[in-house]
Design a protein around this ligand. Structure first.
Ligand code: PLP
Length: 400
């Protein structure tokens, strides 16, 4: 036995491969946003269209509800699966909007839609199982799948198909346990029509897959309508729906979301909340009840704002050939085809930021299918948004 040399302590234990793999190379794809924040902090003017967060704060009605609840004493541990009243309010909303019978036992309240996504992947997969995701995807999907020790199977959707999946592409996916879809879609704004959802549902049935349906933008559809695949025949037993108040009620910071699924799965998923967050703060849950029972006006107002901003962006870019809006039937974003710039998206986005003070996310942050595109979040007042998208077109024009 070699005696221990105290002057050279043993190296620290290694960080797990699971955690180390979540941000390969220390990058999480949000460099443009971080740089925009740095520039702003240094006093440089920036039009920030990089992140899907509201420019307006949470409405007073909901802040007052949080304050009343907290000051009324609801500051201790709250029911981990969600309070009975909140689970009932979410179930009632889902049932009213989809027609699918939904009970409080079908609902798990989570810290934002993000924790519901993680719970869904954890509940649907065992370590090493495949989850099919559709590129372009919400940037958090790949790490969410990896964090659950599952495997990403990425299938590209194409601009020519309106960024909707087609069966032949899905059929090419290897063995999997779940398919993850998102309609209305971040980043493309695609809204899946009935035929697409029917195809998706048949695919899941044929392959025996869970369908994880991320519907956090359900209330923000500008063309067509939102359909939840859980409402299609036989799907209530194999569909896991992600919902959230973040986008609909300007409650991003409150972290209030939910998972809706079969009661048996939800009952077991409570164990994950016990092991991680130990529930959502009670005063946030109380404000969520107010949002769901008395907040339809807020939801309509938020949606109307984004509808108007999107229309202003489309109008500002009409006849424009240096950038072209693609997709964009719903959600808080417009995707711009910026391939005329002849630059990789990350290079274009960083130059646009440094040289023009306009922050937009490169399509490459959302996979490969939207390479050379820019995602613009509609999170500035209309006049600034119009200035920004015209600035993007002008910048690209100056490159060629
Ligand atoms: N799903 C999609 C598609 C999103 O765009 C977001 C946030 O941007 C989320 C889920 C998570 O939202 P939250 O955790 O705030 O509910």
């Amino acid at each position: 036995m070699t005696p221990r040399d105290d002057s050279s302590p043993a190296p620290a234990p290694a960080v797990s491969r699971r955690i180390a793999g979540l941000m390969p190379g220390g990058s999480d794809g949000w460099e443009v946003l971080y740089r925009a924040r740095e520039m702003k902090a240094a006093g440089r003017p920036v039009l920030n269209l990089a992140v899907g967060d509201h420019d307006l704060r949470t409405p007073d009605l909901l802040l007052d509800a949080m304050d009343r609840s907290a000051r009324g004493g609801n500051t201790g541990y709250a029911p981990v699966p969600g309070s009975a009243a909140l689970r009932a309010a979410i179930a009632a909303r889902v049932e009213a909007r989809t027609g699918v019978p939904t009970a409080p036992g079908n609902v798990l309240v989570t810290t934002g839609g993000q924790a519901a996504l993680f719970a869904a992947v954890m509940a649907a997969t065992d370590p090493g199982d495949g989850v099919i995701t559709l590129d372009p995807y919400y940037a958090s999907y790949p790490p969410t799948v990896l964090a659950a020790s599952a495997r990403n199977i990425v299938i590209e959707t194409r601009p020519g198909d309106g960024f909707r999946p087609v069966r032949a592409a899905l059929d090419a996916a290897g063995p999997a346990r779940a398919l993850l879809i998102n309609t209305p879609n971040n980043p493309t704004g695609a809204v899946y029509d009935r035929a697409t959802l029917q195809m998706v549902v048949e695919f899941c049935r044929d392959r025996g897959l869970w369908l994880i349906s991320d519907e956090v933008y359900a209330g923000q559809v500008w063309d067509g309508e939102h359909l939840s695949p859980r409402a299609l025949p036989g799907m209530a037993e194999r569909c896991l729906v992600i919902g959230s108040l973040s986008k609909s009620h300007r409650m991003t910071g409150a972290r209030l979301g939910w998972l809706v699924g079969p009661a048996g799965l939800i009952a077991q998923a409570i164990g994950l909340s016990n092991a991680t967050t130990y529930g959502v703060p009670g005063f946030i849950q109380d404000a969520a009840i107010v949002a769901l029972t008395d907040g339809d006006g807020i939801e309509a107002e938020v949606a109307a704002l984004y509808r108007a901003r999107r229309a202003a962006v489309l109008e500002a870019l009409q006849g424009e050939n240096r950038v072209r809006p693609v997709g964009g039937a719903g959600g808080m974003y417009v995707m711009l085809d910026a391939r005329a710039a002849g630059l990789p998206g990350p290079v274009l986005a960083m130059r646009l930021l440094e040289e023009r003070g306009i922050a937009a996310m490169p399509g490459e942050s959302f996979g490969r299918a939207a390479a050379g595109h820019l995602r613009v979040a509609l999170t500035l007042p209309e006049d600034q948004l119009v200035t920004a998208v015209r600035g993007i077109a002008d910048f690209i024009g100056g490159l060629s």
